[in-house]
Design a protein around this ligand. Structure first.
Ligand SMILES: Cc1cc2nc3c(=O)[nH]c(=O)nc-3n(C[C@H](O)[C@H](O)[C@H](O)COP(=O)(O)O)c2cc1C
Length: 186
């Protein structure tokens, strides 16, 4: 089996897309990648709403960051979770992990299909739920804008492997211990 590293390297968060529609067969392949994702105890808690209707996208965009692009791009995926179909052990709610895995499958298959994506994590959940008639206790975890890129993006910087992976224990030197302090959330 081959490596998917080149695909991973090619992916970017694209925030400007054309309105060119995504063919049905391309969408099917992308959704199939989500369907096959692993999940906690195979609970398969993820549910996707594929929002194509321009008026609905415009309504959603009122409760999300990157709202202008959301009105233009042909598809917005609303990534939902049924938390009760996932697990929660030792303070770790696995539905968020399940959704991260599922949506990364989506993003990578989209990249392979030449479709650009941007994960949107800042949104007004009650607003999105109202617009799409999503019942409680479903949680909206992410929105993913999808479409054909209308901009080029350089790779964003990443930590080196030495800065983010260690063997047999956390490094004890002062610099690394300093990095344990909480990051500021903005
Ligand atoms: C959980 C999560 C939430 C994100 N939320 C947003 C967002 O609300 N708006 C946005 O423009 N980008 C968002 N992004 C995209 C990140 O900003 C982007 O992945 C990061 O800057 C690295 O750039 P790259 O994806 O092009 O490598 C989000 C990404 C993740 C994984």
């Amino acid at each position: 089996m081959g490596s998917i590293l080149e695909l991973i390297r090619a992916r970017r968060s694209i925030r400007k897309m054309t309105d060119k529609p995504i063919p049905d067969e391309t969408m099917q392949a992308i959704l199939e990648a989500v369907r096959l994702a692993p999940s906690w105890a195979n609970g398969q808690c993820s549910r996707l709403l594929v929002v194509r209707d321009p008026e609905t996208r415009a309504l959603i965009s009122e409760g999300a960051s990157r709202s202008d692009n959301m009105k233009v791009c042909p598809v917005v995926i609303v990534g939902c979770a049924l938390p009760g179909q996932s697990g929660n052990r030792h303070g770790q709610p696995y539905y968020l992990v399940d959704m991260g895995v599922a949506l990364e499958h989506l993003v990578l298959e989209a990249t392979a299909q030449g479709v650009a994506t941007c994960w949107i994590g800042i949104f007004n959940e009650p607003h999105i739920k109202e617009v799409l008639r999503i019942p409680d206790p479903v949680r909206v975890v992410a929105l993913i804008m999808m479409g054909y890129a209308d901009e080029e993006r350089n790779p964003r910087p990443r930590h080196s492997l030495e800065e983010m992976s260690w063997v047999d224990g956390w490094p004890q030197d002062a610099w690394h211990l300093d990095k344990v302090t909480p990051i500021s959330v903005h």
